[in-house]
Design a protein around this ligand. Structure first.
Ligand SMILES: [Zn+2]
Ligand SMILES: [Zn+2]
Length: 132
């Protein structure tokens, strides 16, 4: 069981599944949404993800017509993003995970918008846009 929470701990979640994919995302939306140079997100099975407390604190922002980003309205922590055309998968923000978790990032994506000042040396695949 993977557990996590937002910064203020008002939102707590459980994921009763396994995380087997972790993506470093350099897209401009993730950079703004996270307030840092990149995000590390895990595509997970939406049916196995459950908000335990703080449902009322969740707010969402549509960063694209079909993609929304869900965050804590009290502390601002990004929790996950979801796409209306792909409801089975949500993309969990890995920094909110609090349980033991060992899975190195699998690939980098949207490298075409990577921050110029950032140099990451990782021996993993890197894609200019979304992973094909
Ligand atoms: Zn919070
Ligand atoms: Zn992104």
């Amino acid at each position: 069981m993977i557990t996590g929470n937002c910064l203020c701990r008002g939102i707590q979640y459980e994921y009763d599944g396994v995380i087997n994919e972790l993506a470093i995302c350099h897209c401009n939306q993730c950079k703004r949404a996270q307030g840092t140079a990149f995000a590390i997100n895990a595509p997970i099975d939406a049916r196995l993800f459950k908000i335990i407390t703080g449902e009322h604190l969740l707010k969402m922002y549509y960063s694209s017509p079909k993609k929304h980003r869900v965050f804590c309205s009290r502390c601002g922590s990004p929790i996950y993003s979801a796409h209306t055309d792909k409801p089975a998968i949500i993309r969990l923000r890995s920094g909110t995970i609090t349980s033991e978790f060992r899975h190195p990032p699998d690939y980098q994506q949207y490298c075409e918008s990577k921050s110029d000042w950032l140099e990451i040396k990782l021996d993993i695949p890197a894609f200019a846009r979304a992973r094909e």
